[in-house]
Design a protein. Sequence first.
Length: 400
Amino acid sequence: MGGKKSQSGVLRELARLFPLPEGEEGLFRILDFALEVLGASGLLYVRRGRRFVRGTGFLQDVESLAGSCTLRRGVVNGLRFRRFAIAQEAELFVFWEENERWTFPLPVLSLVVRLFELFERLDHARKRWLWLFDGNPDLLFFLDDQGCILEVNARGERFLGRAKEDLVGRAIAEYIGEEAWWLLKEEAQGSREPARIELALSGLGVHPAHFEALLFAFEGGQIFWLVLRDIGERKRYESVLLRFALYDQLTEVYNRRFLEEYLRKELERARREGYPLALVMLDIDAFKAINDRYGHVFGDEVLRMVARLLQESLRSSDVVARYGGDEFVLVLPRAKEADVHKIMERISRNLRGAQVMGEPFPVRISYGVCLWDGQKNVSELFQEIDRRMYEMKKQRSGVS
């Protein structure tokens, strides 16, 4: 058995061991250290079925132990050994000549075993980190205080269409914009919470995608962790919900909920700026008879056609909404009585030439108009135009 190291010699060898490289290079570094400080004849490290040996001329003598030995100590081919379980799939064998006594210093041996345990824990943590980092569906970046990329995960590489080697050292502002980087950095520095903004980014061969950017500051703002989370699906879902909340699903014009809120705000604006506003409620004459004669599917097509023609007949500043059933409401900002008359003439003319399912189908409407007097609220306006619409219907024959 080789000579043992003094305590100071062990400490010198230990100091040269660090920083410890990753992977097998680090493992061999620890094996060389252990062989040197223990003065053993040889070492065998078995890890996930693989054998790592230090010492010469004895591999064939001891390889039968790998993965099959359950003894803590024993003799094999003239060599004594002690076995140490390091981790679930890792074990260390220390060998010395059979005719020599066990003279390894226990503190040194304990240090060696702890080094191997530390290596396995660090390797497990590193693999777990790599799995969490590279397997993460978000785009992840580590940045320095100037916003230069220090590390990027696989998702970031794929989205940007560049290998990690090409991205490291580049400024993240090249990809998210100078303003976005500045805003994120300003908010993240000195805060325990991440900075957040939403971005639209274009990756390699993809259309602009919506991302939520989260920036975390570490080490007093010297290191940053940037997370870019794809929120495109959430945006699409929000868009669908918004349409359900604001639009009538049959006619695709605004619904009553939107109408009431919009009209409330428009009245406030008209009062503040002093411009006129007109409100019209209309419904389709004899609509019940249309449903009874042609069926509800045809009746739905009539409603869609009327909604479309109303939109085409209005000015860009006007709003049309389905109030309920076959009733529609028009909000006409800055419209005076003459303007309303022209708009309703145009609507009536377009409806007389209407087609449904490719066939001519003239539609007649009744309507009520209210020119806002600057006093009535939303509820009072609806009551007024509803009353005037039914007055018009009473003057006609054959109303539904």
